[in-house]
Design a binder for this molecule. Structure first.
Ligand code: ADP
Ligand code: MG
Length: 390
C-alpha cells in the first residue's frame, strides 16, 4: 500500500489491472455494490473489459494508459500476478494500490516467495535456486527426484520439468533456456489445499473456509468445500499460516495461499506452503455461490477501506472448472455447445461463463459450482454434471 486506505464509498470508481475472468468477477462484485469500474487490459474483448464502465485497451506499461487509469479510478487493484510491479509503483504515486507493488513482486518470483514463507515461519518444500552453472553443480542430491520450475511466469504447470537424476536436471535447465529456476524436492502429497485470506489496510484479516483441490495436467480441475480429507485442526493451521504470510508482507487485499499436505514425522498430516497469488483465485470461485460474502466482495471491501466480515459457508459445494476441451467432447474437430440446459436442471447448479469467444483445449472458459444441503449431495450432483458434460 502506498498510503493508508481511505474509505471509498459506493459511487467511487475502482480500477483493476488485468481483464481476465478474475477481473470480470471483481467488476461484477464492485458494480453490484454501486461502484463504477475501470479495467486496463490490451485485449479489446477481455472478459472484464466487456462488462466494465471504462476499458483502457492498452499494455500494462503504457504510460498514458496508466495516467488515464489513475485519473478515472479512485483506487486500483490487480487480477493478474504478472502485472509489472513498476506499473503498480507508478499508479501508487497518485492512488491507493492494493495489493502493493512489493507484495506482488514477491508473489511473481518463486524464490522470493519461498524465502517469504520461511520469513513468516511457514514451512515450504526443500529447494535450491538454480541461476548459474555453479549453482546447478552444487545442488544437494537430496533434492532429487525433484521439480525444476522457472522462478517467474510459470502457471498451470507450465515452465516445470520433473527430474530424477543430475543428468536430467542439467538437461531440464537447458530446456528451460537456463532461466532462473527453483529446484524443489518432489514431495509425496496426500492432498492439496488452498486458503483465501482478505486483509484490510488496518491489519484486520479474515479467511474463507479451507478448500481441497484436485489438479489435472497441472490445471485446477475440482475444488471441494468443506475439504473432505482435512481435519479442523489442519484447516485452522492453514488459516493461521495464510494470515501470517499476509501480515508479514503488510499485505492489503485478497491473497490465496496453496498448500500441500504431506505425512509428518509421526505420520500425522503436515502443511507445506506451495505458492501464493496476490489476488482472488480459481480455487475460491465457490465463495460466490456457497458463502454469504465472496472473495470478490472482499477484494472490493479491502481496496475501498470498508469493514471486512468473516465469511460463512452456507452450503457445501463442489466447483468444476470448465475448460475449452468440453466444447470438443463429442468430436475433437468440431466445436459444439455443451449441454447447459441439462446441467442447469440439476438442483444447486450455478453456471459461470466468462464471455470468451473461442473455446480452445486447456482454456478456462467458465466454472460450475454445485451447492447442496450436504457435501455428499453436492458431490453426487457434480458427478452427474460431469456425466452430462462428457
Ligand atoms: P503452477 O504455478 O503451475 O500452479 P505449482 O507449483 O502449483 O505450479 O505446481 C503445479 C502442481 O504440481 C501442484 O499443484 C502439484 O500438484 C504439483 N507439484 C508442484 N510442486 C510439487 C512438489 N514439490 N512435490 C510434489 N508435487 C508438486
Ligand atoms: Mg499452483
Amino acid at each position: 500500500m502506498s498510503a493508508p486506505v481511505k474509505t471509498l464509498l459506493p459511487g467511487a470508481t475502482l480500477g483493476v489491472m488485468g481483464g481476465g475472468q478474475l477481473g470480470r468477477m471483481f467488476v461484477h462484485a464492485a458494480q453490484s455494490m454501486g461502484y463504477a469500474t475501470a479495467v486496463l487490459d490490451a485485449d479489446p474483448t477481455s472478459p472484464a473489459g466487456l462488462v466494465s464502465h471504462h476499458h483502457l485497451a492498452a499494455a500494462y506499461t503504457d504510460t498514458a494508459a496508466l495516467a488515464e487509469l489513475a485519473r478515472v479510478a479512485d483506487a486500483v487493484t490487480t487480477e493478474f500476478e504478472n502485472v509489472p510491479a513498476p506499473a503498480l509503483r507508478v499508479l501508487a504515486q497518485s492512488r491507493p494500490v492494493a495489493p502493493g507493488a512489493d507484495a506482488v513482486a514477491i508473489c511473481q518470483d518463486r524464490a522470493a516467495e519461498k524465502a517469504h514463507f520461511q520469513r513468516a515461519g511457514v514451512p515450504c518444500a526443500p529447494y535450491a535456486v538454480v541461476d548459474s552453472d555453479a549453482a546447478l553443480a552444487s545442488v544437494d542430491a537430496a533434492l532429487l527426484p525433484g521439480i525444476l520450475k522457472t522462478a517467474t511466469l510459470g502457471y498451470d504447470g507450465k515452465g516445470q520439468v520433473r527430474v530424477a537424476t543430475r543428468d536430467e536436471l542439467t538437461q531440464a535447465w537447458q530446456k528451460l533456456g537456463k532461466a532462473r529456476c527453483v529446484l524443489e524436492q518432489m514431495l509425496p502429497l496426500q492432498n492439496e489445499l488452498s486458503v483465501i485470506v482478505a486483509r484490510g489496510g488496518d491489519g484486520d484479516a479474515v479467511t474463507f473456509p479451507v478448500q481441497q483441490n484436485l489438479h489435472r495436467d497441472g490445471i485446477l480441475a475440482v475444488t471441494q468445500v468443506p475439504a473432505p480429507q482435512v481435519s479442523a485442526e489442519l484447516a485452522e493451521d492453514a488459516a493461521r499460516c495464510a494470515k501470517a504470510i499476509a501480515a508479514s508482507m503488510g499485505y492489503v487485499g485478497v491473497l490465496c495461499v496453496e498448500f500441500f499436505v504431506v505425512a509428518g514425522a509421526d505420520d500425522s498430516p503436515r502443511l507445506v506452503a506451495n505458492e501464493m497469488a496476490p489476488r482472488p483465485h480459481n480455487s475460491g470461485h465457490y465463495t460466490i455461490d456457497a458463502c454469504d460474502v465472496s472473495q470478490f466482495d472482499l477484494q472490493v471491501r479491502c481496496m475501498a477501506g470498508l469493514p471486512l466480515i468473516a465469511p460463512r459457508l452456507h452450503s457445501p459445494a463442489v466447483m468444476l472448472n470448465l475448460l475449452g476441451d468440453l466444447w470438443f467432447a463429442a468430436d475433437a474437430h468440431v466445436a459444439h455447445t455443451p449441454r447447459w440446459a441439462e446441467v442447469l436442471a440439476l438442483p444447486g447448479a450455478h453456471l459461470h461463463l466468462y464471455g470468451k469467444a473461442d473455446a480452445r483445449p486447456g482454456r478456462k472458459m467458465g466454472h460450475l459450482t454445485i451447492t447442496g444441503a450436504t457435501a455428499s449431495e453436492a458431490l453426487e450432483r457434480a458427478l452427474q454434471a460431469c456425466a452430462i458434460l462428457g
